[in-house]
Design a protein around this ligand. Structure first.
Ligand code: GLY
Ligand code: MN
Ligand code: MN
Length: 481
């Protein structure tokens, strides 16, 4: 499938004006058959089959269309690295660009359910020159799996995606489409699905992902382990001689993410000094100086595309100052209480409310609410000036996973074994906040861990990184030695 803009590539290759008949004939021949035989299914194939079966049962008799998405233009003819849509990955285990999963309803007389077909780009044709004359042919972009190879790897039927629009034109009956991912498919199905039905479909897919299966939990565990290695790399950089920059910290973590996984799961927040009070600090263009805190919020995305989401707030020179420690220990106490509230049967909101109460009590003890009690301040939400954000969210293929799930299942729901969520309280005192004593200004602290709900409580998947202040200092000293 052609790129949306490839004029720049054409211009570059325009240095070659014409293709002679001899060259065309030459390029057609002399290529070995590289078809791979004896492939075995990818490890998640059994899981993706079960997930598709659940989706099928939820929407009997309807045509279900889940695109992987297309490359996004970065500038002119350059694209961002491609990352397929999470729902497509969840249902197929595949990561191909331009692909579309289609679940076609099967008549009850023929067994019912759905026939799942992954529509993919096949190998490039060599006879018609496509493999080298199309600038996204395999000669330029690299070998793709053949459809037969993909059938074996993914454990589902595969077809040429270039025939899909025509095929969809012939299908009758109700359709549900995950819109906004593939403009070609959106156009092909214009008027075929109701916006409300598509919203319900998106929400159902998001809700299906709330409880993780064994494959997902194992991968999230790996993401946390790889992320811990990245944090250790950063601590070693902090110990180095010479100035350290947020950019170097970002690059250090990114190197580990690419070595161990696919990418970072979201833009790393490498916030030193007062930048730590800006929740979405991703500019990362400052210095990290001794005496400052570094708030590092980063996660490795694995090769299966599950991400960790971990924050540690570290003294750049390895030792907390007394006031930094005071704020840190308040956040730590809130996180401990929040994590303890994560258990099956608990309301999702419990860990948030619990952590917020602990933070409010500390703020009250420090006199930040004047004459008001912690109870009063909490009832009015006054702590939010310094706690800013919610205390966590679901985690999985997306950093803010399952965000389209129905409110009753998520924010107003109940925790179940297999759910994975972050617990990430923080305190953020802006540099220009005249309502707090000057010593607090410019201090931002967050501690964030990735918590699996188990049958009888929870497991901290990111426990490989220390959290308690003395342990953090000892860990840093060991890595700096
Ligand atoms: N890193 C994004 C978050 O913590 O939610
Ligand atoms: Mn988070
Ligand atoms: Mn985070």
């Amino acid at each position: 499938m052609a790129a949306e803009t490839d004029e720049g590539t054409q211009r570059k290759n325009g240095l070659y004006r014409e293709v002679s008949t001899e060259l065309a004939e030459n390029m057609r021949q002399g290529w070995a058959d590289t078809e791979r035989h004896g492939l075995t299914p990818i490890p998640q194939a059994a899981y993706t089959a079960r997930r598709r079966a659940r989706l099928s049962a939820r929407f009997p008799g309807e045509l279900l269309v889940i695109p992987a998405g297309r490359a996004k233009v970065r500038a002119n003819d350059t694209a961002y690295p491609f990352r397929p849509s999470s729902d497509y990955v969840y249902l197929t285990g595949d990561q191909s660009q331009d692909a579309v999963l289609v679940l076609e309803p099967v008549a009850p007389g023929d067994g019912g359910g759905h026939w799942a077909v992954a529509h993919l780009l096949p190998r490039s044709d060599r006879d018609n020159g496509e493999f080298w004359l199309d600038y996204h042919g395999e000669l330029w972009d690299g070998r793709r799996n053949s459809l037969t190879e993909n059938e074996r790897l993914l454990g589902l039927d595969c077809a040429d995606v270039r025939t899909l629009a025509d095929r969809l034109a012939t299908v009758t009956g109700p359709v549900r489409l995950l819109r906004g991912l593939d403009s070609g498919i959106d156009t092909a199905l214009t008027g075929r699905s109701a916006a409300g039905d598509d919203d319900e479909f998106r929400s159902a897919l998001s809700g299906m992902r709330l409880v993780k299966d064994e494959f997902e939990i194992a991968d999230l565990r790996f993401a946390c382990e790889a992320t811990a290695l990245g944090f250790e790399d950063v601590v070693r950089v902090l110990a180095g001689s010479g100035p350290t920059s947020e950019r170097r910290i970002e690059g250090t973590f990114f190197t580990r993410a690419r070595i161990e996984g696919n990418d970072v799961g979201y833009a790393s927040i490498c916030a030193a000094g007062p930048h730590a009070t800006t929740l979405h600090w991703v500019r990362n263009d400052g210095e990290a100086r001794p005496g400052d805190l570094l708030l590092l919020d980063a996660g490795v995305e694995t090769r299966h595309l599950y991400t960790a989401d971990i924050t540690r707030t570290l003294p750049v020179d390895g030792r907390f100052t007394p006031v930094q420690r005071k704020v840190y220990e308040a956040v730590y106490a809130a996180q401990e209480a929040g994590i303890a509230a994560v258990k099956p049967g608990a309301a999702y909101r419990d860990f948030h409310d619990t952590a917020q109460r602990v933070l409010t009590e500390h703020l009250a003890a420090w006199g930040l609410f004047g004459d008001r009690s912690a109870e009063e301040a909490f009832a009015l939400g006054l702590q939010r000036r310094w706690t800013l954000a919610g205390t966590g969210h679901m985690l999985g293929l997306d950093v803010h996973d399952c965000s389209r799930a129905r409110t009753e299942l998520y924010v107003d729901g109940t925790l179940e074994p297999g759910m994975v969520l972050t617990v990430e309280p923080g305190l953020y005192f802006q540099s220009d906040d005249l309502t707090v004593p000057e010593v607090y200004r410019g201090i931002g602290v967050r501690i964030e861990d990735d918590i699996l709900v188990t049958a009888d409580g929870n497991e901290n998947l990111s426990a490989g990184l220390p959290r308690e202040a003395d342990e953090v200092e000892r860990w840093m000293a060991r890595l700096r030695a």
